[in-house]
Each structure stands twice: as structure tokens, then as C-alpha cells.
Write a protein that binds this ligand. Sequence first.
Ligand SMILES: *Cc1c(COP(=O)(O)O)cnc(C)c1O
Length: 384
Amino acid sequence: MMNKKLGINTTCVHVGEVEDKQFKGAVSPIYMSTSYAFSNVDVKRYPRYYNTPNQEMLCKKIAALENTEDAMIFSSGMAAISSAMLAFLKRGDHVVIQQVIYGGTYNFIVSEFDKYGIEYSFTESDKASDFVPLIKENTKIFYIETPSNPLLGITDMKAIADVAKERKILTMIDNTFASPINQNPYNFGIDIIIHSATKYMGGHSDISAGAVAASQEHIEQIWKTAINLGGNLSDQTVWLLERSLKTLNLRVKEQTKNAHIMAGYLEQSNDIDKVYYPGLESHPQYEVAKNQMKGFGAMLSFELKKGIDAMDFQNNLSLIKPSMSLAGLESTTVSPTQTTHALLSEQERLERGIKDGLIRFSVGIEEPEDLIADIEQAIKKVKK
Ligand SMILES: *Cc1c(COP(=O)(O)O)cnc(C)c1O
């Protein structure tokens, strides 16, 4: 590979290709072997060592996309998150975690950490100043997520990294919502970058995978724990993920452009109370988002006016699909009150700013005028 830094689409298509030396095919061959020679070889390869040919090469593409030295891929976002955290934590350590994080990560922390004697504190908000008073002598990690789910909160990555670096605390980010196309946390001093590749990296709602990008030293440490936890990805799926990543920039750019248009439309609609999108000047952290994101992303959320029932509305959409997950090519919506936050009481939800009429909208590649028409016809049907 050439030394010059390649353009984004060139990186997506070509970095980390597996060369088909035998037949000169245009795409990477899949090596499905779970058994490799052990004598007279440089590397002892095995799927759970995360070093089969397809795994090893795909990591180069992901590292190039996040501008880090190295990367690893996993069987899910949660395998990536749990392996990365447990690699750096031992009994008696302490972690400071941003208040609003992905539900699965929250569940992992509150249901597993006590068993290992790992202490944790959740911040009051996503401001860097809220992390400082929670620091203890044994604090090892700051864990953040930006933009966050479902209200698209923005955490100032550089401010977090600065506070952490002074105290030799490691910083980890869940960068799933932005994807490497819209945000590269490593450039702002964040140490470990994590993705649920089930979302934008996969992009077609048909792959479960995870990724971590970091320095070579940090990846080596994560690897030592990851081989014990065993969350490696099948080579067949590695190959599908490579194929998906070829269009990552094309997809996410288009989705981001559409989300901005949709946010503008929703903000001026008389049937919508409030729109949460970091690309709107009305977003409280708009300036921070502008400073640290290359694009504002393709996730947004909005509140329907009273009298428009959120479930009725979603059931009457025809193009846009109510759906549990997010970040596919197709536009989807979800009611946080029915899914991610269903286990909380109404009071607890309101404390977190989650009203019954809130809808999270994952914007796809369809033409915005078709999405707008779909929303308008659904509102018309259910409006009282
Ligand atoms: C989906 C998701 C995860 C978990 O990823 P899985 O692939 O489902 O394990 C983590 N963080 C965020 C922000 C997500 O959306």
C-alpha cells in the first residue's frame, strides 16, 4: 500500500483487501480455516486469536478509518465493549461513566462489575466538569458516548481527554452513532474507540459485529483479554463486513445529508414539539458538535405534539419501519418508552427527558421528500 494518506472512499474500498494471489479475483477471498500450520510460520493463526487472514486484513481498514495504529473486530458491539473494559480493569479499580449510555453497556456495568469488585460512578450529565468530582485515587477509565441515545446529547471529547490525560486515566468512547465517517475521536485525544459494527459499519441490518480502534499498545492489551473471552467474529461475517465498509462513506454521507434535511423539516412542522439533532443551531451543544464532528450524523429524535399517539403514528407509516435497531440503509423509528427505556417508571423517564411522544429516527438513504410525505400522511391519519 502507498504511504500517502488515501482519500476516504479509496480507504473504504481498498485498504485491507485480501489479495487473491491464486486467481486474481477482484474481491477478497474468504479463508474459512479454523486450523493453520504451526511450524515454519511467522504467526500462529486461529479464529479466537483474532488473526485469521480476513480478520487481520479487515482490522487495517478499520484502523485507517479511525486514524489509529491498530484495531480489532468482534462478534458484537457488546463483545467489543466488554473485552475492552475488562482488559484494563481489575478488582479494586474504579470507572467514571457518562450518565446517558447505550442500555446494553449500562446493563453490563451494573450487573457484572460488582462480581469482579470493580467500582463505578455515573456522572450527572455529559459535561467534562461533571467527571472531575467523581475521580478517585483508583479511577482507571472514563467512558463516554457521543452523540448519545436517544436525545443526541454531545460530550466534548477534547475536554474529557484533557482532564483524563492530566491524571493518567484511560478514555473510552462508544462512537457508534457518529461512525468513523462523522467523527474520529482519536484526533481529539480519546484512547480507545469502540463501535457496534451491527449499526453503520454493517449498514444493511444484516450483520452482528463490533470493533475497537486504538494504539498498537492498547490493542495488544485488549487482545490478551479478548482471547480469553472469545468474542471473535466468524470469517464469513468478516467478509460481509469488509464488503459493507466499501460503501460506508457513500452511505453515511447520504444518510447524514438526509437527516439534516429531515431535522429542518421536523423543526418547522406544527405537529412536532421538539427536535433533537446536533446539526440544528437550537441544539444546546451545537458549537461543540460543529467543532468535533465532520458531519452531524444520521440519527435524530423528535417529540410529537399532544394528541398524536406515538405508537399509532408509527403503525401508520408505510415506508419508514418501526424497528428495534438502527443505522441501516432504510429509515426506521423507535419509541424509547416502549423499548430501551420500557423498564423505567414514567417518573424516571421524565427525569431523563424521555416523554411518551418521543421518537428516535434513524434516517436512511431514501429521498427526503418521500420520507416527509410518509410522515405527513401518518400524522394526518392519527391526529385527533
Ligand atoms: C447497538 C449498540 C451497541 C451494542 O452493539 P451490539 O452489536 O448490539 O452488541 C452499543 N452501543 C451503541 C450506541 C449501540 O447502538
